[in-house]
Write a protein of this length. Structure first.
Length: 346
């Protein structure tokens, strides 16, 4: 495997991994970076080969030129999905014994891929890890997929407007990686990687297409599974002291936002954010009780703000509705309902 370092984002351009005329060394390096393969040279080498990385991570973006006529055979792709993006020259791609109309294609784990390239062929390669694709698929399904996603069609059709839009997104990713912003925003890069995986699943039919679209056998929306609801509730409990959005909860539950909201409404008769707010209110109540018993110190305001309640008037009213007394009554150990109005301060 190449000793060249993994390439991050925002460095201004591609990082050369290999340049030269040793075809066997190039084959070894590409095999270590992507997938082991058998290479047969079909003619004399005419141009130097090259292998460059624009980005490496859950999504890898490369370009590759062998510089000589070659035939490649990948007996079985490992745990990643490979999109071939022809840039120059010509060649052919065969997946699982079927010759494709053009090299613009996608294959995944378990697929057998053979390719032939002329000496001027230059191809981009977008490699998406199976872990990333499974993660994207898990959010759509509501649970971890039981088998790897398989694409029903390996040919990407550039006449399809959706496919053209996806290819433009790949190009935009390449430009973004070279920008100073990518260097300063690792989270932005991660979001872009996920966007590429998400949208590829939308434009190319695959073995989970129906389920991933949220459609049951009867044509209705997929119901939220109890396991997903438990994951959502656990996430709320473990992250109650953080800034949490409904999208964060949905991601943790591995469902879509719409399914999440429907699941909370059906099973708990509430909304995800209302449930999170009640979890936070319970944490406040627990701390105020500890203050009253002498096991902790602090003010009502400090405790409320620590758990995200910054509007103290609304907090007091909400607390009184939940516990039948004001928060200040709890912190002072008063057992009876205060006579102050619900809009009173803490």
């Amino acid at each position: 495997m190449s000793t060249a370092p993994a390439h991050g984002a925002g460095t201004g351009g591609p990082v050369p991994i290999y340049e030269g005329g040793d075809i066997e060394e190039l084959c070894r390096i590409v095999g270590g970076r992507l997938s082991p393969h058998r290479l047969t040279v079909l003619g004399e080498q005419r141009l130097p080969g090259r292998f460059r990385a624009f980005h490496e991570g859950p999504v890898g973006l490369y370009d590759l030129a062998y510089g000589t006529p070659v035939r490649l055979l990948v007996r079985e792709l490992p745990d990643f999905y490979n999109v071939i993006l022809p840039q120059a020259g010509g060649g052919t791609v065969t997946v699982n014994g079927t010759a494709l109309a053009s090299p613009l294609s996608v294959a995944g784990p378990g697929d057998v891929v053979s390719m032939e390239w002329d000496p001027r062929a230059v191809n981009g390669a977008l490699a998406l890890s199976r872990r990333l694709v499974d993660d994207v698929l898990t959010v759509r399904l509501g649970d971890v997929p039981t088998r790897p996603l398989r694409f029903h069609r390996h040919q990407l059709d550039p006449a399809d407007p959706a496919v053209r839009s996806w290819l433009a997104l790949v190009h935009a990713f390449r430009l973004f990686l070279a920008s100073p912003l990518a260097h300063h925003s690792d989270l932005g890069v991660r979001h872009f990687e996920r966007l590429l995986a998400d949208t590829l699943l939308d434009v190319q039919p695959h073995s989970w297409s129906g389920a991933a679209a949220g459609v049951s056998a009867g044509g209705g929306a997929t119901a939220m599974l109890p396991s997903a609801l438990r994951r959502a509730m656990t996430y709320c409990a473990e992250h109650a002291d953080e800034a949490v959005s409904v999208s964060d909860i949905a991601r943790a539950a591995r469902v879509g936002v719409r399914t999440l909201r429907e699941g909370f409404r059906t099973h708990l008769d509430t909304t995800p954010l209302a449930y999170l707010r009640r979890v936070r209110l319970d944490r406040v109540h627990h701390e105020l009780t500890a203050i009253a018993e002498g096991r902790a110190t602090g003010s009502v305001t400090e405790v409320a703000c620590r758990w995200g309640f910054t509007h103290l008037g609304r907090f007091s009213a909400e607390y009184r509705r939940a516990y039948g007394r004001l928060p200040s009554d709890t912190s002072r150990g008063r057992p009876r309902l205060s006579t102050n109005g619900p809009g009173s301060g803490p």
